[in-house]
Design a protein around this ligand. Structure first.
Ligand code: KG4
Ligand code: ZN
Length: 358
């Protein structure tokens, strides 16, 4: 079975071809990505209308590119998978429209995929894939969730952010420090030159006794510190503040992940989503888990942020587990807000209680 995956939920157009034989772990044949970072940089964040228009320009050439790279004629594609939500409505519509049109032209079905399920399952394309069950730490620009994952489509929410996501905390803090967009990688780069002990920043909900997160207070504290530093701030102070901010975010993510492993009795942690690319987070999680005899799995670095491979993979895994083949009638319905709870094998509001995504 060959699955073409199309991701267009935000500021990255991703396309990939994945192949699955029997019940074996699917393999990535080729993938291509166009990031809109340069385009949105001038505005300090994603401009939805510009994002949609750029997806329109990029998606078909990227489909051709992966077909050529994988030496796979598109006629051999069995299913066209696309991100149905959550995400920006216009951006999602581009991927859905192209996927449905392509599927109709090929006489194949199209399958809408949940973006977070893609992130969650992306480590299965790594050289060291996890085994079920595991705890998943999902840390992207819009989400911070801890989940118990028993199998594909069997997800139980353990905790989540009550306000900003970890990625947002990175992005908003970076913006306050004048570091541009996307803030996470920029802040992480600057933090390498800083002393995290130079500023005392809050770690909200660190001792809350549950697995929920809160990052809005941290952003406020960063704003206060930036105000105190004033306009003539020196580079070293800024680097120290970046290091302290990163440390505060990482401290909370690590502490809660370890607590989730303890609470569930599981020994495997999967980290997915853009913030999972953060080197300091990886180092700390590796250390803390090793000390407790637990394993951590990450997607390949290139698959941490949004991409088409995770969408093709999630579709393949669901199809391998017998999810009903989607109808061939074109369905352009996208789900900008979509609780992951609704992606159970039966399509019903099954086991988990995940809330609507932003
Ligand atoms: O998963 P993703 O690509 O998109 C969403 O689905 O949101 O995650 C994007 C987020 C952004 O907030 C970005 O700043 C953050 O991931 N990010 C990082 C790093 N790379 C990306 N945050 C910290 N350190 C990084 N190295
Ligand atoms: Zn994402």
């Amino acid at each position: 079975m060959i699955v073409l995956g199309i991701e267009s939920s935000c500021d990255e157009t991703g396309v990939a071809l994945v192949q699955a034989a029997g019940s074996g772990t699917p393999t990535l044949l080729a993938q291509a990505l166009h990031t809109q970072i340069d385009m949105h940089q001038a505005y300090g964040g994603v401009v939805p209308e510009l994002a949609s228009r750029d997806h329109i320009r990029r998606v078909v050439p990227l489909v051709r590119q992966v077909a050529t790279a994988a030496a796979v004629d598109l006629g051999r594609v069995d299913v066209v998978a696309y991100t149905q939500g959550p995400g920006l409505a216009g951006a999602l519509l581009v991927g859905a429209g192209v996927a449905q049109a392509l599927a109709a032209a090929l006489g194949r079905p199209a399958l809408g995929v949940h973006h977070l399920e893609g992130h969650l399952l992306s480590p299965f394309l790594s050289a060291d894939p996890p085994q079920f069950p595991f705890v998943a730490l999902l840390v992207s620009g819009g989400h911070t969730q801890l989940m118990r994952v028993d199998d594909v489509a069997r997800y139980e929410l353990l905790g989540e952010t009550i306000d900003d996501a970890a990625g947002e905390a990175f992005d908003k803090s970076a913006k306050l420090m004048g570091l541009g967009y996307p803030g996470g990688p920029a802040l992480a780069r600057l933090a390498e030159f800083g002393d995290a002990g130079a500023f005392d920043l809050p770690r909200p909900l660190l001792h809350s006794g549950n697995l929920d997160f809160s990052f809005a207070g941290l952003k406020t504290a960063v704003r206060t510190q930036v105000g105190k530093l004033g306009t003539n701030v020196c580079q070293q102070d800024l680097a120290n503040l970046a290091a302290a901010t990163q440390q505060a975010i990482v401290d909370v993510l690590v502490r809660k992940s370890i607590a989730a492993l303890r609470q569930t009795g599981l020994k495997r942690l999967v980290v997915a989503g853009g913030v999972g690319a953060n080197t300091r987070l990886r180092e700390r999680l590796n250390d803390e888990c090793a000390r407790r005899g637990a394993r951590v799995h990450y997607p390949e670095l290139a698959l941490c942020t949004d991409n088409g491979a995770m969408i093709a993979l999630a579709a393949s895994l669901r199809l391998q587990r017998g999810v009903a083949m989607p109808s061939r009638d074109a369905d352009f319905g996208v789900r900008p807000r979509w609780p992951l709870a609704e992606v159970g094998l039966t399509g019903s509001r099954a086991s988990s209680r995940l809330p609507a995504a932003s």
